[in-house]
Structures are given as C-alpha cells and as structure tokens.
Design a protein around this ligand. Structure first.
Ligand code: NAI
Length: 694
C-alpha cells in the first residue's frame, strides 16, 4: 500500500489516513490509495471505515496543478463509487478544513464527524468553476437547495458546528478525533444511513421560483463573474432532474468553466498570491527581527488603520501623536470603527475589549519609540516633515530596530538619508482603509538590508496583509500605474465622454468603482493639490474643482450625492465639460465602450512593462497581485498584465502605438519590453515562468 493513504485496523473498524501533508490535496496517488484502501477494507471484512487526514487538515481539495493535464485514473467519482458501494458505513472525520473535493469526499460518505471549529466549504466558485465531484448534487439533498446554494455560490467556508446545525455533519467530536471517530463509527455499525444520492426528503417540493429569488439576491454581488451563475445552475439541477443527470450537468458546467478565461485568471491570482511571497534573491537565512511592540507615528487616517490592523492580530501597538487632542481623536476613531463592527455582529464584545487594550497612545515621542521593536511612520506627506521625524526616530529607537514609512509617493532613499541606519529603513505602504485592505507594498530602498525586508514581510503577513516587495520610485507600482490612466480620463472627458460613461465601462469590466466615482470618494482637492505642486494642468478636472466640487465630502464632485450618498448624474457637470471643450475647440464625438476600456487599461499595461524593465517589480505577477488586492480590480480578470496577455501583446503594441499617435500622449508609446515580447510572440506569463525557473 502507498504511503499516501495509510491503512490501520481497530477490529472491524478500519482507518484510512490521507497522508499528503500539509493539506492532503487529492492528487492521483491519494485517489488510488483511497480506492485500494476501500477495496482492502471490504476484502478484510471491515464493518466501518473512518477517513481521516494527517497534518493541518482533513483535505484542501483537488490538486490544482493537475488541472489541464491528461486525467489519470482513478477519478474522484471512482473513489466515491467504492465508498457508496461499501457494505458497511464510511465516516469522514474532519479537522482543520474540508474544502472543495475534500468536502465532496466527505459528502459521499455515509456520515461525517468533525472537530467543532473545523471549516467546511466549497470554494470552487472562487477559482472560477463549480464543484466537480457531486458537491452541487449531494449537499442540496442534505440541507435543501437554498441553503446549499448559499454555501456553494459564495464559496465561503463555515464552521463544522454550523454544518452540524444545518445537518450535514452528524456529530461534533471533542478530544482526540481519531479515537472519537472510531468509537462513533463502532457505535453506529449496523444502523442504516441513507446516502445523499438516495435522499429526496430535502429537495422534494422545492419551489423553483423561491429558489430563483434566493439566487437573484446572491448574484447581485458577483457582477460579471460566470462561476457563481454556474454554481446556481448546477444546484438548480439537484431538484429538477434525477441525481445522475444532475451529476452530468455539474460535470458539463465544470468542464466549460475550468477551461474559460475567468477561471484561468482566478487560478493565476490564487497561485500568484503565494508566488509573490517568494522574494527573488532573498537569502534563505535572511531572518526577520522579532516584533513584540509596534509603534505607529501619526494617528490620522492611515496611522489609525495600521494600528488597528496590529491590534486585530494580537500585536500590542502604541500610536504617537503631536498633541493630546490629536491623539484622543485618533484613538476615538479606532474605537468607533470597532464599535460599528460589534454593532453589526461581526465582532464580539470580548474580542473588542481585547483589541482596545492592545491599542495605546502617547505624546511622548522619545519615550515610546525607545520601547519599539518596529516603527511605522504615517505623518503628513511632506519630505521635510518625514526627514525630521526619521532623524528623531533614529536617535530614539534602539539600535537594530527597523524604521518603516507609509509614504505613498516620497523617496525611501531620501527619507533613509536622514538616519544613521539606512539599511534598516524600508517603505511599508498600506492602502486605505488600512485596517481593511489586504495589500501592503513593501518598498526596498537602495540600502535596505535583507533582515529589514524580511521583517517588513513577516510582520505584514502576521497582521493579515499580503506584502508585495517593490522598488523605490515615485508612486511605487500601483499608484504609478494608475497615474498613467488619469491623463486619458481627462482626454476622454474632453473628447466626448461624461463621467458616467467612463465609470460604467470600468464597472462592467468588474471594478468595484469607476475612476471618477473613486475620485469623488478620495476627494478631488487632493489631485488638484498634487497638480499644483507639480505644475501640471487638467482643464476639465481643474474646472470641476474650481466650482468647489471636491467630491463626496462636499456633496458634489464628478457626480452629485443625496443624503444617502447615492451617486447621481449632475447636468451641471456636463455643462462644465462642454464649456471647457468648447473653449479648447475640441470637437466632441461618440466614443465606443471598447475605446474607453482600452484607453484606460493600455496606459497602465505600458507603465507596468516599464516598471518591469526597471526592476521596480520583480515579476508580472507582482503587479497583478497588487491590483487585485489594493485597487478593487476584479480577480476574475487576473490583473492588468494577465489582461494584456489575453489581448495578445502584438495587438497591445499596435493599439498603444495608435493611441500614442491619436492622443499625443507620449506615455502610450510601446515600451521596449512590449516591443520585444510582441516581436518574439512572447507573453508576460511566459516571462514570469522563466523568472520562476531561474
Ligand atoms: P493624516 O493627515 O490623516 O494623518 C497624519 C497624522 O500624523 C496627523 O494626525 C498628525 O497629527 C500626525 N503627525 C504629523 N506629524 C507628526 C509627528 N511629528 N509626530 C506624531 N504625529 C505626527 O494623513 P494620512 O492620510 O493618514 O497619511 C499619512 C501618510 O500615509 C502619508 O505619508 C500619506 O501619503 C500616506 N498614505 C495615505 C493614504 C491615504 O489614502 N490617505 C494611503 C497610503 C499612504
């Protein structure tokens, strides 16, 4: 018998242990081992079989690296046939997680027992497909189609205790799981269990219209994405056609979706989010420095959010502010934010008290900084201010302590030059709201050492962030690329678009919010101040700001807003735009949605390529992961560089050249990297794969 599935006997109860740690994916050897194990248990006269997992969890599901390769038997359904045809009972014993194919394996068993806080779920929808091994047919037969659809369409796991309440976990086991599961199986030998496939009690009489109404609600939040619709359709088959036909329907949907562009994009991001944590060139022995206490300088919008993130993950943190008044304001904002979460039921009062106790404040700069193991600065975005703060930090902090800046545009090298420890200065660029957004752009200065980088990386992970290491430049990766889109927005408005035309296209593409609505949310005065500082003009945007339209905070910006902050089209904005166009003698024309999309995305792709040429981002995947996690980019589009590959880089080059010509924007001239890849027939994906292999 293979090591991948270990077989033990306890009298007439046999135990088959999935042994492909840490997560026991259902690779070929596991499937073969399970099939052989079931046959051996049957031959050995077992009356019950317990399936259990080694390591962190029961089973994380299919082995996604086997996708797209020729399928090697036995298939998962072959294994399930052996389980369902077994003359005794088969019991899945779940700890950690049972996800995807792992949960489907458990659903094919006669019964399931679990540790109370184990997680069960069918996350396939998040990888762009539907559960492919009967999950969409068996789960509805156990808990009803509507409850099953909620789990399958969202893809979010639930606790085993909740699954027990819903009825698809039979018992919660306290104490040792294996011993408890064996005892439970033994106690139930001879009892009759109806396999899910043979049950009709929960699907009989399901009202199709009621089901469709539930689905319509669930699909509201998944605009533009195909897999949630596929999941809903598969579950619908559970009560409209016989079991075998439902399986067929599920299989068809699985095959179509898994081969589609959206699923490829989602898997690209799934693997990418792991890949970005492997930093090229980082020595294996680069140790992060231990952090027992974080100190955040500045308790404003960002400092408060950063401090909350630390407390949310159990790290003691102190905010340093300039005055008692500013400090109390900052702390109160954090408390109010947590209180809203408590009121919504997503945070317990006890957990809130714990977090509140971890978050302290002080106006004693030197005294507080002296106790820090890591400092993150989030004061005003002004180089002189930052340099003064860093000079002071350098004197007050213990030797060896890393000093990080949350600057979004300023040079980390210049900030570091104000200290005697430039090797310990890095950027840790959080995104607003910092307690919510997962992205953390860590910035490597010219002198940043590996231990400093490792500290920023490890600490970011510890407080629930996804750190992506980038190089030092104006705007780093995300804001620098987005910045190249802005001039095209301005031009489109002049040439024929209205704000809603542009936002509509980007939102249909899947963005959480179009660029103009986002501007209104962030405040249009900020962009105006940046333009002023840089001596640039944007006639349309400037005319809007000149009317005191700063965005949501003034009730008007590119749109007008009602008391509930609903976005409404304002005819006044159209008048302002037409006025500017007329003064500039621009003949407005109808601009197609396709042109809008291309003129917004292609400049970003081009800048992304330039960023790769410069080595500011290590790999195309770093850029894609940044946009998915920090800029509301839809994961099912895979990020800007992935999108460029789907368009074909020759096409991308030709269109860039054309738009550079027609719009007179030199930024759109295809970069050398795009020229090269287009000429070679290359892709960003292949470039990334080569980097990985090197
Ligand atoms: P903010 O104005 O809300 O907060 C800055 C705070 O720092 C103020 O409360 C101020 O009293 C305090 N402060 C200033 N000098 C200080 C000193 N010497 N000692 C202690 N406290 C001091 O600004 P915000 O938005 O939080 O930005 C802070 C930094 O984060 C800036 O570098 C900004 O570029 C960056 N950032 C901002 C983002 C945003 O969306 N607001 C996003 C990412 C980065």
């Amino acid at each position: 018998m293979s090591d991948f599935v270990q077989h033990a006997t306890h009298g007439d109860v046999h135990v088959l242990r999935l042994n492909n740690p840490p997560v026991n994916t259902l690779r070929t050897e596991i499937r073969a081992g399970l099939l052989a194990g079931m046959n051996a248990a049957k031959a050995g006269g077992a009356k019950a079989v317990v399936l259990i997992g080694t390591g962190r969890m029961f089973c994380a599901g299919a082995e996604m690296t086997e996708f797209g390769k020729p399928r090697v038997p036995p298939s998962l359904p072959d294994v399930f046939d052996a389980i369902e045809g077994f003359p005794g009972i088969v019991v899945a014993a779940i700890h950690g997680s049972a996800l995807g194919g792992g949960l489907e394996l458990a659903l094919a068993c006669h019964a399931r027992v679990a540790v109370a806080d184990a997680q069960v779920g069918l996350p396939e929808v998040k990888r762009g497909f539907v559960p492919g091994a009967g999950g969409t047919q068996r789960l509805p037969r156990m808990i009803g189609p509507e409850a099953a659809a909620k789990i399958i369409v969202s893809g979010d796991p639930i606790k085993a205790s909740e699954a027990h309440r819903l009825g698809f976990v039979d018992a919660i086991i306290a104490g040792d799981l294996e011993a408890g599961a064996v005892a439970w199986a033994r106690a139930n030998i001879g009892k009759s269990f109806t396999l899910a496939r043979n049950r009709t009690d929960r699907i009989a009489g399901q009202d199709a219209a009621a089901y469709d109404a539930v689905i319509a609600g669930l699909l509201k939040r998944t605009r533009g994405q195909e897999s949630p619709k596929g999941c809903a359709e598969a579950v619908r088959a559970s009560f409209t056609v016989p079991f075998e036909d439902g399986l067929k329907k599920e299989r068809e949907l699985f095959s179509t979706l898994v081969a589609g562009e959206q699923s490829k994009a989602l898997r690209h991001i799934f693997f990418g989010e792991r890949e970005v944590l492997r930093i090229p060139g980082m020595p294996a022995d680069a140790k992060s420095l231990p952090v027992e206490r974080l100190v955040v300088i500045g308790g404003g919008t960002m400092g408060g959010g950063i401090a909350m993130s630390a407390a949310n993950f159990g790290v003691p943190v102190t905010i340093v502010e300039m005055s008692e008044e500013a400090l109390q304001k900052g702390l109160a904002r954090c408390h109010a934010n947590w209180e809203r979460t408590v009121a919504s039921g997503r945070l317990s009062q006890a957990e809130y008290e714990k977090r509140k106790a971890l978050l302290t404040g002080s106006t004693d700069f030197e005294g507080t900084v002296a106790k820090a193991d890591l400092v993150i600065e989030a004061v005003f975005e002004n180089m002189e201010v930052k340099k003064q703060v860093f000079a002071r930090l350098d004197k007050a902090a213990r030797p060896g302590v890393v000093l990080a800046s949350n600057t979004s545009t300023l040079s980390i090298d210049e900030i570091a030059s104000a200290t005697s420890r430039p090797e310990l200065v890095v950027g840790m660029h959080f995104f607003s709201p910092a307690n919510v957004m997962r992205l953390l752009e860590n910035v490597r200065g010219a002198k940043s050492s590996w231990p400093a980088i490792a500290t920023a990386t490890e600490f970011g992970k510890r407080i629930g962030k996804l750190p992506v290491l980038v190089g030092n430049c104006d705007g780093f990766v995300g804001n620098r690329m987005t910045g190249k889109r802005t001039p095209q927005v301005e031009k489109l408005l002049l040439e024929g678009c209205l704000p809603a035309d542009i936002d509509k296209v980007m939102e249909a593409y899947g963005m959480a919010m179009g660029p103009l609505a986002t501007g209104d949310l962030a405040g249009l005065d900020i962009g105006a101040a940046v333009r002023k500082a840089r001596g640039t003009v944007a006639p349309v945007a400037d005319a809007i700001v000149a009317q005191g339209r700063f965005g949501q905070k003034t009730g008007k910006g590119w749109y007008m807003y009602d008391e509930k902050r609903n976005r409404l089209v304002d005819p006044e904005v159209e008048r302002i735009i037409l006025d500017v166009a007329e003064k500039m003698q621009v003949r407005r024309r109808k601009i197609s949605d396709e042109e809008i999309l291309e003129r917004l995305l292609l400049p970003m792709v081009n800048e992304g390529a330039r960023i790769l040429e410069e080595g500011v981002a290590y790999r195309p995947i770093d850029i894609d992961v940044i946009f998915i996690n920090g800029f509301g980019w839809p994961a099912f589009r895979g990020g800007p560089m992935f999108w460029a590959d789907t368009q074909g880089l020759k096409n991308v080059r030709d269109k860039l050249a054309r738009y550079a010509e027609s719009t007179g924007d030199a930024n759109l001239k295809p970069t050398a990297l795009i020229e090269k890849l287009a000429a070679e027939g290359g892709t960003f994906a292949a470039m990334g794969a080569a980097a990985k292999a090197a």
